[in-house]
Design a protein around this ligand. Structure first.
Ligand code: MG
Length: 215
């Protein structure tokens, strides 16, 4: 059991908001441009990993080698496709239970952080009008090592002045749960049945989570 919880750290994609489909469609365009077939099943492998590692996976899938120059160009292009597709993101894209949980945390005096591999996490949090709830956002621009390195969560805890064993990490990806474990955090797996036997606690949706049991 955790020590008394003082901070909550949330992954962004798949926990607070659904942008997985936006990513998928953007990567599919990139894959098509380099003549690699890419479907939703392949897309599962990209969850929770960085943009560069995602492109490496796609190249592996298609058994392709490309120049460093084209690699960088495709990364930029993917981000452009993605940013265009999320320009209209708003609170209707939030997953169920997010606002309620953030409000409970605020009422109970707990700090909240975002810990995401995305370099666009700040942009998305602002579009969702959630800045108010987070004392810090750690994103892909702030870390050297992507999940499953615990760096992103350790930074979040540090910025909230909390120890890892005083925080809960909410994650929907295996790499994220592994990162939480490596950092000494209690992990709450959300909405991904693959996490049922991997995360410390598993819930299908944040609506099921009872914060009072941990604080
Ligand atoms: Mg995620």
């Amino acid at each position: 059991m955790n020590d008394k919880t003082k901070g909550l750290i949330f992954d962004l994609d798949g926990v607070l908001v659904t942008t997985e489909y936006n990513h998928f469609v953007s990567w599919k365009k990139i894959a098509k441009a380099i003549d690699v077939s890419f479907n939703e099943h392949d897309n599962e492998q990209l969850k929770g990993i960085s943009r560069a590692d995602s492109l490496k996976k796609i190249l592996e899938l298609g058994n392709k080698a490309i120049s460093e120059e084209l690699f960088e160009e495709l990364l930029a292009q993917k981000n452009e496709f993605y940013l265009n597709s999320i320009k209209k993101i708003n609170r209707s894209n939030l997953l169920p239970g997010v606002i309620e949980l953030l409000q409970s945390a605020a009422q109970m005096g707990l700090k909240c952080a975002v810990g995401s591999s995305s370099r666009n996490a700040r942009f998305i949090v602002t579009k969702l009008e959630l800045d108010f709830y987070f004392s810090t956002i750690v994103d892909g621009n702030d870390v050297t090592f992507p999940k499953p390195s615990p760096e992103v969560f350790l930074k979040g805890a540090q910025r909230m002045n909390c120890q890892p064993n005083e925080c809960l990490v909410f994650e929907d990806a295996l790499s994220g749960v592994a990162a939480a474990r490596a950092g000494g955090f209690m992990s709450i797996g959300v909405g991904n049945p693959l996490l049922k036997n991997v995360a410390d606690v598993y819930i299908d949706s944040l609506t099921e989570f009872r914060l009072e049991a941990y604080a």
